[in-house]
Design a protein around this ligand. Structure first.
Ligand SMILES: Cc1ncc(COP(=O)(O)O)c(C=O)c1O
Length: 463
């Protein structure tokens, strides 16, 4: 059994623990001072940025690189929180947005429609097999929509008792109240617990939970059996199960066998419970197929997409639903409709960026090219996998991760600073280091990434 991961870069940090990496660190400048005065940065303790973790002032980005004002560059090996698929300032996506700027920048989507939102909905439906798209602006809102849609569907078909949700141990689905209710990361969730809905947590299929002698598939089957047992007992009151297919990302890059998804799909069908696939982090080719669910050959009832959808240019998210769910809302009675909205729903600029992303997938054979890149980086990373302080080196598609074998919870934090000093943007989750590079990563960048990771690891362990 693995230890529960600490999850966030900042967990356990004490302001007394000042660590200075050996390399050349970004320096606080006027912009970072203004930023600390005016910007409340996400997912951080602001006081840390006074001395312990310098903010990095960015001048520009290009391809895999982010540049500061003093000529330093950082290889963005986490695609800026997993959104940037085709490099910073990708010219093709930029041109698509610019061309849309002269036509229609934004319009209310209630009662009106436009070409980019229609074409994007049609193309996403064709890729997912789910007929209707409901748009929002970020991942958490998409999760809220999926939860509400499932609940409301059951009411519309006369099942007022189906109000419960099941999530997985170590799950992460976002920070808004509904999404946080189905999130199992204590650092983000615990303080807000009194505000949140009670949900059931089912064991994670994470292959690191395999018992001695078990393989990943057997571990997946065991986790699916636990879920099956819960649904057998509670299906009358359960609306949906929500999963992050193949990789539970924020919960420590926990990877599982596709068998889990097949078994969960079958259990949900048997017990008349919706399956919500949150592919916000893993969709758009990240696990090697366009959707992670494709590897299990299953279709969820509700599918959430965001992050890579615009290649990291503009905020956009979408929930896809099939005909059965859609038609339960299609009625003469207004209140049976899904009266949920966001001001920027289906924003034309964001939809145009998403269409450019789909064009790149279609024209540039991205999935096949990524398969070669994945093999190449995995081969180069063997030295990391063999390192004495590395446990559970793992890979799914364009995601790589390993756990630093150290009892010191601050090892990941030191690694972050050391990596930054060598020109790598890597942001460990506790002591789990991961790579989620932009798909435009080339062999020369891979070498820098592997060499930089090895030297940052050595330095982080040498305290
Ligand atoms: C699987 C998953 N779901 C939902 C979210 C929330 O997305 P957002 O940060 O855009 O609200 C994330 C963000 O990391 C995620 O990884």
């Amino acid at each position: 059994m693995i230890a529960r991961p600490i999850h966030a870069l900042l967990a356990g940090f004490k302001l007394t623990t000042l660590y200075r990496p050996r390399g050349n660190m970004p320096r606080n400048n006027e912009m970072t001072a203004r930023s600390r005065r005016a910007v409340w940065h996400p997912c951080t303790q602001m006081k840390l940025h006074e001395r312990h973790l310098p903010l990095v002032p960015l001048a520009r980005g290009e391809g895999v690189w982010l540049y500061d004002f003093e000529g330093r560059r950082y290889l963005d090996a986490i695609s800026s929180w997993w959104v940037n698929l085709f490099g910073h300032c990708n010219p093709r996506i930029a041109r698509a947005i610019v061309s849309q700027l002269d036509t229609l920048e934004h319009a209310i989507l209630a009662g009106f429609t436009h070409e980019p939102v229609v074409e994007l909905s049609e193309r996403l439906a064709a890729r997912s097999g789910l007929s209707h798209c409901h748009f929002a602006s970020d991942g958490s809102s998409a999760v809220e929509i999926a939860l509400k849609m499932s609940f409301h569907y059951w009411r519309n078909v006369g099942r007022d008792d189906k109000t419960g949700f099941v999530c997985l141990e170590g799950s992460y689905h976002g920070e808004t109240a509904g999404a946080l209710s189905v999130t199992d990361v204590g650092l983000f969730r615990d303080v807000y617990d009194p505000l949140l809905n009670k949900v059931m947590r089912s064991p994670s299929p994470d292959w690191r939970n395999a018992h001695p002698g078990e393989d990943a598939r057997t571990a997946a089957r065991r986790a699916a059996l636990a879920l099956e047992a819960h649904l057998a007992a509670s299906h009358e009151t359960t609306a949906a199960v929500i999963v992050e297919p193949l990789v539970q990302c924020s919960g420590g890059m926990a990877m599982h066998d596709p068998e889990y998804l097949r078994l969960v799909r079958a259990a949900c069908d048997r017990h008349a419970v919706h399956l919500i696939a949150d592919e916000i982090a893993v969709g758009f080719g990240r696990t090697g197929t366009f959707l992670a669910c494709d590897q299990a050959d299953i279709r969820p009832d509700l599918l959430c997409l965001s992050k890579g959808i615009t290649g990291g240019f503009l905020p956009l998210s979408v929930v896809l639903a099939g005909d059965e769910i859609y038609s339960a809302f299609y009625h003469d009675e207004i209140a049976r409709g899904f009266l949920h909205s966001h001001s920027y729903s289906g924003n034309p600029l964001a939809c145009r960026a998403a269409l450019a992303v789909l064009d790149i997938f279609d024209d540039e054979n991205v999935l096949a090219v990524n398969r070669d890149k994945s093999t190449r980086l995995s081969a180069l990373a063997q030295e990391i996998a063999r390192h004495r302080a590395v446990r559970h080196f793992r890979n799914t598609g364009m995601i790589w991760a390993f756990d630093i074998d150290s009892a010191d919870p601050l090892a990941g934090r030191r690694f972050y600073l050391e990596a930054l000093a060598t020109g790598l943007l890597l942001r460990p989750l506790g002591n789990t280091v991961y790579f989620m590079p932009p798909y435009v990563i080339e062999e020369e960048h891979m070498r820098l990434l592997v060499d930089g990771t090895l030297s940052a690891l050595e330095a982080a362990l040498r305290v």
